[in-house]
Design a binder for this molecule. Structure first.
Ligand code: CMC
Length: 431
């Protein structure tokens, strides 16, 4: 890291100036450190949507949006997708290094032995309406963990932080499966700890008390891969939310619950559900052209869901992997989904359309993932819940990194005030 160069900024109206150092990371463009700008010049910066703002230093994930590169702790996503598994990736995100055999076995043991929900937590689900959206239930249930594990938790204590990470990664599939089962009126299943992480989750989702479940190993492999691809993505909206809430010293379960609510929006993780609904609405490849025309029409709020990304101005590397995997998984499971044909036609049409080319809008991670979830028997409303299970590892890794960083401050942006000038109160009779 070098912090040598200085950018000089002069406000000619007041003749006040600021010397702003450049901060470089290991990879990526250097950033202008504006920490003293207000003190030196009396001005804030204005960057709605944070298109030009780095909110933190982080050693977890690196994205090069122009080249379509994604690294977790330096390892290319393509290599992790081919060779690793979700729990190993979770260990990597949390600890910075890949585990050796003993470390992995220890981590897996800890996760496996924290999978159960508190028995009282099951009662929470009874309070929801039967058709409550599973993301609403998930956010509430995860926030409720802070009621079970609050008093004995010290966010300044590294061991307590680690235990929160283990509990969250372990319990998230159990809670997620409970959300699904409550919505369809099935009894909640306890986790079977003789199974590995993803298979255990699929059992909690689909096993009924009356007969054993036969699971195709292709399903677990595919879901594990999707979890790897969704595990982290640097300072996206939900991770930034976790960090903002975390910066106040809030309980980690409350911080992650906030991340879940941010993820739910259709511009973020909710896009996977929206993509499938949109593909269903389009219905057949013949209707693709009409959909593309609507997406380009500035008088229509319709957007192609699963297209575009704030950072990637090239192929999202995760989308490339998922696209290939989608064909393979459907073939291996013997599923013939006509929506795949609609998706491929839509991708083809958008990629050669000037509107999408000029704006560098490519398919993102959510474009093909829904077709795979559907082939695995996961209902559409649970798609974003799948994303949340995987992203929990990233969220909690960021929350820990934030607490390990000396001198961290509460997140507190400023604004440009556009309201009324100062004025006197008038009594009701005179208004
Ligand atoms: N369909 C049609 N036009 C689009 C789309 C789209 N999907 N995405 C962006 N544009 C246009 C947008 O109208 C704007 O056009 P103009 O310059 O003429 O005003 C231009 O492209 C730039 O868009 P933006 O909204 O300024 O870009 P952004 O970086 O603020 O938003 C995005 C990024 C992902 C929210 C947006 O591309 C989008 O809404 N995509 C659809 C939803 C989606 O797939 N979200 C998942 C994102 S990846 C996974 C995740 O984050 O969880």
């Amino acid at each position: 890291m070098s912090d040598s160069k200085i950018v000089k900024l002069l406000d000619e109206s007041s003749n006040r100036s600021s010397e702003l150092p450049l901060i470089s990371g290991t990879l990526g463009p250097a950033c202008i450190d504006i920490g003293t700008l207000y003190k030196d010049t009396g001005h804030f910066t204005y960057d709605p949507g944070y298109g030009s703002t780095a909110s933190t230093k982080s050693a977890i994930t690196y994205i090069d949006g122009d080249q379509g590169v994604l690294l977790y702790r330096g390892y290319p996503i393509e290599q992790l997708a081919e060779k690793s598994n979700f729990l190993e990736v979770s260990y990597l995100l949390l600890n910075g290094e890949l585990p050796n055999k003993t470390q992995f076995e220890g981590f897996e043991h800890e996760i496996t032995h924290h999978t159960m929900m508190h028995e009282a937590q099951k009662n929470f689900f009874q309070g929801f309406h039967h058709d409550a959206h599973p993301m609403a239930m998930l956010a509430a249930a995860v926030a409720s963990l802070s009621a079970f594990y609050h008093d004995d938790l010290d966010v300044e204590n590294p061991a307590d932080r680690k235990m929160a990470a283990i509990r969250l990664i372990a319990k998230m599939p159990t809670i997620a499966a409970a959300c699904f089962r409550y919505s369809i009126g099935w009894p909640v299943r306890y986790p079977r700890n003789n199974l590995e992480y993803v298979t255990r989750f699929l059992h909690m989702m689909f096993e009924v008390p009356s007969e054993p479940l036969t699971l195709n190993p292709v399903a677990a492999k595919a879901l594990d891969l999707l979890f790897i691809l969704h595990a982290d993505h640097e300072q996206n909206a939900s991770t930034s939310t976790v960090r903002l809430v975390g910066s106040t010293g809030a309980n980690p379960y409350a911080s992650i619950a906030a991340g879940i609510t941010a993820l739910w929006g259709p511009a973020h993780g909710g896009a996977n559900e929206a993509v499938l609904k949109q593909l269903e609405e389009i219905g057949t490849p013949d209707n693709v052209e009409k959909a593309v025309l609507r997406a380009k029409d500035k008088n229509d709020s319709f957007r192609l869901m699963g297209f575009g990304h704030r950072v990637y101005k090239n192929f999202d590397p995760r989308a490339k992997i998922i696209r290939e995997m989608c064909h393979k998984v459907l073939a291996e499971l013997g599923v013939n989904d006509p929506l795949l044909e609609v998706a491929m036609k839509l991708e083809e049409a958008a990629l050669k359309d000037d509107y999408f080319v000029e704006r560098k809008l490519y398919p993102n991670v959510d474009f093909y993932s829904g077709i795979i979830y559907k082939a695995l028997g996961i209902p559409t409303e649970m798609f974003t819940v799948m994303f949340a299970i995987a992203r929990t590892s990233g969220w909690i890794a960021h929350w820990i990194e934030q607490h390990e960083t000396p001198g961290s401050r509460i997140g507190r942006p400023r604004q440009i005030y556009t309201g009324a000038d100062v004025r006197d109160y008038t009594p009701t009779a005179k208004r």
